[in-house]
Design a protein around this ligand. Structure first.
Ligand SMILES: *Cc1c(COP(=O)(O)O)cnc(C)c1O
Length: 395
């Protein structure tokens, strides 16, 4: 086999297409999919050397697989990490990270505005193992500061947040973490490395749900953890080797192909989202639009510094509460009524009755999830067709 390797000077778009693949002696141009559970050794001596770690190489697909390694190397290079571990889903990426790196008694400080299932994982499951979680407001650095103490091991955020697109200064949060000998973990699902590279801003670990924009076509479940420190990557890989939430090679192949077009897709997502957000902002039936690409976003200056584009999540509040929001949703014919995001297809959701439906009314009010709020994940259809579809319910 021949490792294509990569000169570190390559730009991200080139890394996305040219790195990570080990071409076989067949000379194939596209990547092969290695659907094998185990790997054969030349001799008993070689088997022993592989197991002891004296000789690098594949052993068993729960540990490593060449197709999965292709995806891992590509994503690691795009995020500018030293290593990446691919997992069966975004949730197993989060679980594997904390199972591998935390001890009972450790404390986490976590933004309140994160993916709902991540909240359940932190409270219900990490809590069982004696890991304590403090929730704080994403944008309020004083709350972050006040929640940190000598037991704090990790700070955890999503930026921009879902669905209100609030952001936090990653550099400042990383500095705060490091002052407390803690590390900063960023779930970079919404921006992807095409729009934001948290490790270059001081974060230590990046989490992905590959299910979203990395695949970008709603085809498969997967996740990834990208690390700035090789020791973290090794610890997480050790957890997967033992506990098994590994990515299937077929999914790794899909995600590897997804990365090849990620930059160009994210640019198109951002353009469509910008057109929709501006149209919504000018519509008389719309009270408010939450979108990082609008100059009236309260953190517009930070977004311009930190992100290379606004992303594709647009949320807006219609006059008339839940009845009006449901009417807009029910009048659509093109948009998909689904909670998924990061697809070529535009999706529409009513957060108060779906993703945030488990919260009490007061919790929802505190989180800013109004009854009239609608979330879009803007896809790659022609924006005029999207506008026409939304106009039917709004006009
Ligand atoms: C979807 C999502 C996850 C979970 O990923 P799965 O692949 O569905 O397990 C985690 N974080 C964010 C921000 C997400 O949107």
């Amino acid at each position: 086999m021949h490792d294509s390797g990569h000169p570190p000077a390559w730009h991200q778009a080139t890394q996305a297409i040219r790195t990570g693949y080990q071409r076989t002696e067949q000379g194939e141009h596209g990547e092969a999919i290695f659907t094998t559970s185990s790997f054969v050794f030349d001799s008993a001596e070689q088997a022993a050397a592989r197991f002891s770690g004296d000789e690098p190489g594949n052993i068993y697909a729960r540990f490593t697989n060449p197709t999965t390694a292709m995806f891992e190397k590509r994503l690691a290079n795009m995020e500018q990490g030293v290593g990446c571990v691919a997992t069966a889903s975004g949730m197993s990426a989060i679980l594997s990270t904390f199972m591998a790196l935390c001890e009972p008694g450790d404390e986490l400080v976590v933004a309140r505005q994160i993916f709902g299932t991540s909240v359940v994982l932190f409270e219900k499951y990490l809590g069982k193992f004696g890991i304590q979680v403090h929730f704080v407001d994403l944008t309020d650095l004083e709350q972050w500061q006040a929640a940190c103490n000598s037991k704090t091991r990790y700070l955890y955020v999503e930026t921009p947040s879902n669905p209100l697109t609030e952001v936090v200064d990653i550099t400042k949060l990383a500095e705060l973490a490091h002052q407390h000998s803690a590390k900063l973990i960023v779930d970079n699902c919404f921006c992807t490395p095409a729009l934001q590279t948290p490790l270059t801003l001081g974060a230590d670990i990046v989490i992905h749900s590959a299910t979203k924009f990395l695949d970008g076509q709603g085809r498969a479940m997967g996740g990834a953890v990208v690390c700035a420190d090789l020791a973290d990557e090794q610890a997480i890989r050790g957890f997967l080797r033992t506990c098994g939430p590994t990515m299937s090679p077929f999914n790794a192949w899909l995600f590897g192909k997804g990365l090849e077009t990620l930059n160009i897709r994210m640019q198109a997502h951002c353009q469509n989202a910008q057109i929709l957000a501006e149209w919504l902002a000018a519509h008389p039936a719309v009270e408010k639009v939450h979108f990082p690409g609008l100059a009236e976003h309260p953190q517009y200056a930070l977004i311009q510094r930190q992100q290379r584009g606004p992303g594709a999540i647009v949320s807006f509040v219609v006059e008339g509460g839940r009845a009006a929001a449901w009417r807009v949703i029910n009048q659509t014919r093109l948009l998909s009524i689904t909670a998924n995001l990061g697809d070529t297809r535009t999706t529409i959701t009513h957060p108060a009755s779906t993703t945030h439906g488990r919260l009490s009314e007061q919790q929802r009010r505190e989180a800013g999830i109004q009854e009239g709020l609608i979330r879009l994940s803007v896809g790659l259809e022609d924006p005029q067709d999207l506008i026409d579809d939304l106009a039917r319910g709004l006009d």
